[in-house]
Write a protein that binds this ligand. Structure first.
Ligand SMILES: Nc1ncnc2c1ncn2[C@@H]1O[C@H](COP(=O)(O)OP(=O)(O)OP(=O)(O)O)[C@@H](O)[C@H]1O
Ligand SMILES: [Mg+2]
Length: 569
């Protein structure tokens, strides 16, 4: 006999919603700050105690909540922001589901004080785990203050998922930063344990706000455009003034979102048009007629669906083009493939092993080239099938084959992971089964991995809570390695805070190591042609002298060193 179906209690329903909406203290901040912005506040004050685990207070000077409505604010599916189905397709507010406050309230102790300009006095309400315990009139200034205490204290199982305070705090800061970026006309103050972390005054200058939030003095390249139902503005931290920090922050209609289409349009643009290794910080603001973008895709609203993705793709690329029109162009003739300088066996040896890095900045980007002086290199042989031994003029040269390969693979993978265009669909999806702990870590990485060209989805749960993930595609550059092994290695890493850049590096490091296993290993007899190819490829690397872990790829012993060893000198 089947199990009896029964209606869930409101309390459980709210807790399920809380599970979706409130992942961590930063998600509470997100919801409260969004409500303040929707209430048209231009001054938002946030105070945290113990990274928000003990208390999160968000105070604004917005429109406030009517005294009569205050209970409704804690009622599920109660909102002042939409009326009917039509409105769902023309949303101009950040909130619309009427879920955030009741969800947060169901897993915390919440104080709300609020006053509209029309009400003589305000209201103070206290609720414990969603139950309203008291409601009083209170003389307060216009606006709303919501304090959330002891988050998840009634759901200890959830509490355990919270990370170290430092990690939670960094999520909180990055959440506030994102709203500060999207709303320069609002002042933000963030306090932690009684100390001020930052204050950002109101400004009508987006660039100035961006620089203060991101803590940079570098110049921004920017462009603005409007076309049909979309307008947009992009800010790119001048690549000639900054180190390479690949980061793309995307805001659609005032929401910080993760979006593959915009991301891809941006990365593929600068990969085609800028020197390799140029990885600027990019902030992209898009304002799209709500009829052409669906924000109701995930409960946390950090994804959107575009009605015309192709249009958005070209719109974003045209913004990039405008912004970068004066920036350094891609080097002409820059080899895309590593075999471009391939030489035949007859002239197998490269002319020199000086992988010189020209420190002069040309057109703002660092140039590197394989120096070709008149000296000749002669292959002596291989030692232990691990080291290439050569002579060049007065020097004996040893190359660590394995270190060289790792360097080459590392740089190829890093460059390629940024461009997700080259995918390899797997005819038969690969499956990865993980225990509870590992699956938790892995699940958090899926959105980022999927942005890099993997297509991973959770398939289901097996015995003892084990989770199965289906891998349908992988970036082509990783197609010769065992992707399961790659993920198992990745999970072993400390993943407490992986920025996009750090994740690429981790994947490239593991990928480089695994692809060395898959192709030429440390110990292998190499033909002259293979040696030549290896050296040519190494010469094109940005950092040819060390493997990605910092070990040298090449050691030189001069004739005079040798003579000293033989006590001839
Ligand atoms: N800071 C605030 N100032 C004014 N009104 C507020 C504030 N916070 C909440 N409210 C009122 O409470 C209602 C419920 O807030 P809640 O965040 O739960 O839902 P929402 O914002 O409408 O939708 P969503 O669940 O998508 O965020 C809002 O619709 C708004 O009317
Ligand atoms: Mg809301």
């Amino acid at each position: 006999m089947g199990k009896k179906i029964h209606q869930l209690s409101l309390d459980i329903v709210n807790k399920i919603a809380a599970g979706e909406v409130v992942e961590r203290p930063a998600s509470v901040i997100k919801e409260l700050v969004e409500n303040s912005i929707d209430a048209e506040a231009n001054d938002i004050h946030i105070e945290l105690v113990d990274a928000g685990k003990k208390q999160i207070l968000v105070k604004d000077n917005g429109a406030g909540i009517n005294n009569d409505d205050i209970d409704l604010a804690l009622t599920r599916h109660a909102t002042s922001k939409i009326q009917d189905l039509e409105d769902l397709y023309s949303i101009s507010t950040l909130g619309f589901r009427g879920e955030a406050l009741p969800a947060i309230a169901s897993v915390s102790k919440m104080n709300i004080t609020s006053k509209t300009k029309d009400d003589g006095a305000g209201t103070k309400l206290y609720a414990e785990y969603g139950d309203i315990k008291s409601r009083n009139k209170k003389a307060v200034s216009n606006g709303t203050a919501i304090s959330v205490e002891e988050l998840y204290s009634n759901t200890p199982a959830r509490l355990k998922f919270l990370r170290k305070s430092n990690t939670e705090l960094s999520h909180c800061i990055s959440t506030v930063n994102n709203y500060a970026i999207a709303y320069p006309s609002v002042s933000f103050k963030l306090m932690h344990n009684g100390r001020s972390l930052f204050f950002l005054p109101q400004t009508n200058n987006t660039e100035q706000r961006l620089s203060s939030v991101l803590g940079t003095k570098a110049k921004w390249l920017s462009a603005k455009s409007a076309y049909e139902y979309a307008s947009g503005e992009v800010f790119i931290l001048d690549p000639s003034e900054t180190d390479t920090v690949r980061e793309i922050r995307i805001f659609v209609n005032g929401r910080f979102v993760r979006d593959r289409i915009v991301n891809h349009a941006v990365t593929s643009y600068f990969e085609k048009h800028l020197s390799t290794g140029t990885e600027p910080l990019i902030v992209m603001f898009l304002n799209i007629d709500p009829a052409f973008v669906d924000a109701n895709v995930s409960p946390t609203k950090n994804e959107v669906r575009f009605r015309e993705p192709n249009f958005i793709y070209s719109f974003v690329q045209s913004l990039m083009e405008q912004a970068l029109k004066d920036a350094a162009p891609k080097r002409p003739g820059q080899a895309q493939t590593f075999s471009a300088n391939y030489q035949t066996a007859s002239d197998a040896m490269p002319q020199s092993l000086n992988f010189t890095t020209d420190t002069k900045k040309q057109s703002g980007t660092e140039q590197k080239r394989l120096d070709i002086p008149s000296s000749q290199i002669k292959m002596i042989g291989q030692f232990k099938m691990q080291y290439i031994v050569m002579e060049e003029n007065e020097k004996l040269i040893l190359i660590d084959q394995h270190a060289a390969h790792e360097r080459i693979n590392f740089e190829r993978i890093t460059a390629s992971l940024a461009d997700t265009k080259e995918l390899q669909q797997l005819l038969i999806p690969d499956t990865l089964e993980l225990n509870i702990g590992d699956s938790l870590k892995f699940r958090e990485l899926i959105p980022q991995l999927n942005e890099k060209g993997f297509s991973i989805e959770e398939f289901g749960r097996g015995a003892k809570g084990k989770a199965t993930f289906l891998i349908r595609s992988i970036p082509r550059i990783l197609s010769n390695i065992d992707v399961k092994e790659l993920f198992l290695e990745l999970i072993k890493e400390d993943l407490s805070d992986v920025s996009r850049q750090a994740l690429t590096k981790k994947l490239a490091l593991i990928g480089a190591r695994l692809s060395c296993h898959a192709s030429i290993r440390g110990k292998e007899r190499l033909s002259d042609m293979e040696v030549n190819q290896l050296l040519n490829q190494l010469g094109k690397c940005e950092f040819p002298y060390t493997c990605p872990h910092g070990r040298p790829t090449k050691i030189e012993i001069t004739l005079s060193d040798i003579e000293k060893m033989f006590k001839r000198k």
